[in-house]
Design a protein around this ligand. Structure first.
Ligand SMILES: Cc1cc2nc3c(=O)[nH]c(=O)nc-3n(C[C@H](O)[C@H](O)[C@H](O)COP(=O)(O)O)c2cc1C
Length: 177
């Protein structure tokens, strides 16, 4: 089942004009809460956004790679409490990917929108822009937004031949055997 899921997984940026049912949102959040975290500190916080006005504002968090959020019915803002764990970035990345994979398993499409280390404009970073928009306290850092909805595009999974097998070595950095 896992391999069927990852063989067909793609990032989806076009969504049908159809809301995501509450049951499916609950399943996505269950997946997020089931993700592992270092020392089980669970430093993540998740903000489920379904208000179109907020999604439109968040789609302007950074100049590139976020605009499609305004046509998504749902965005999950993945944040980490930096005061709770020094590896909140890793923990939030894993949770983001759990949400992405869970969405695919529920026949939803989704795409990661990178927020950490991205600028909103020349005066403000994307994290600060989102903090203002969603009233997030200073010590909570924003890793990503996962845009979610019913897919309105068809993308084939990556074929096995397209995988970068040359990135793998055995025992030492360059050994292929
Ligand atoms: C850490 C990370 C950050 C990403 N940031 C963005 C982003 O800001 N905007 C976007 O449209 N896609 C983003 N993506 C999606 C990638 O562009 C996508 O995974 C990649 O092009 C491969 O396509 P696929 O997921 O369909 O296999 C991100 C993916 C990852 C893992």
């Amino acid at each position: 089942m896992f391999f069927d899921l990852i063989k067909t997984r793609r990032s989806i940026r076009r969504f049908k004009d159809k809301p995501v049912e509450k049951e499916k949102i609950d399943r996505l959040m269950e997946a997020a809460l089931r993700s592992p975290s270092s020392r089980s500190f669970n430093p993540w916080r998740f903000i489920v956004v379904d208000r179109p006005d907020l999604l439109e504002t968040l789609s302007r968090a950074k100049p590139h790679g976020a605009s499609f959020l305004k046509s998504a019915p749902l965005g999950i803002v993945v944040c980490g409490d930096a005061s709770a764990s020094d590896v909140w970035v890793e923990d939030c990345s894993i949770a983001s990917m759990f949400i992405h994979l869970a969405a695919h398993s529920l026949e939803l499409g989704s795409c990661w929108i990178q927020i950490r280390k991205r600028d909103h404009d020349q005066t403000k970073n994307a994290d600060a822009f989102i903090k203002e928009t969603l009233k997030i306290p200073d010590h909570i850092m924003i890793e990503s937004i996962i845009a979610v909805g019913y897919p309105d595009e068809v993308k084939k999974g990556h074929g096995k031949d397209s995988l970068h097998h040359d990135k793998i070595s055995y025992n030492t950095f360059s050994s292929k055997e």
